[in-house]
Design a protein around this ligand. Structure first.
Ligand code: RB5
Length: 147
């Protein structure tokens, strides 16, 4: 799978660990930054990854900041994007199975590298279950269109 990944300065080491982990599993990673520990603004990287996913440049995405929250707020502003902020693998799996989320977010100040790896594995190894869950996603899209 082609995966776009982005982080802010709080999550550089975590991002490197996740890139290595996902590449070892055969995924193709595209790192949209940040690339240094200089303080930066997480919405910039959320926007780059969410746009890459929405355009089809990447199949899915990973966004990591201190908590994962800011990244998810920013990515979810793009019409059609569902970015799930998860601190454990059960929610990450459900984010794919029930919500067909395209982007997983988590916090480098909240979880360690092993948990981060477990979160992305649960997210990418699961499959969307469709059916009634698709109907509910259609209702979310309706709210978006009406707004
Ligand atoms: C940066 O200090 C921090 O606010 C950011 O990484 C993230 O946690 C925001 O939601």
């Amino acid at each position: 799978m082609k995966i776009g990944i982005g982080s802010d300065h709080t999550a550089l080491d975590m991002k490197r660990a996740i890139i290595e982990h996902l590449e070892a599993k055969g995924h193709q990673l595209h790192d949209y930054g940040t690339h240094t520990t200089d303080s930066c603004d997480y919405p910039v990287y959320a926007g780059l990854v969410a746009r890459a996913v929405r355009s089809g440049e990447c199949d899915r995405g990973v966004l990591i900041c201190g908590t994962g929250l800011g990244m998810s707020y920013a990515a979810n502003k793009l019409r059609g994007i569902r970015a799930a902020c998860c601190s454990e693998p059960v929610s990450a799996r459900m984010a794919t199975e029930h919500n067909n989320a395209q982007i997983i977010c988590f916090g480098a100040r909240i979880v360690g590298e092993q948990m981060g790896a477990a979160i992305v594995d649960a997210f990418f190894d699961a499959e969307f279950q469709g059916d009634r869950h698709q109907h509910r996603l259609d209702l979310i899209a309706e709210i978006e269109q009406a707004d």
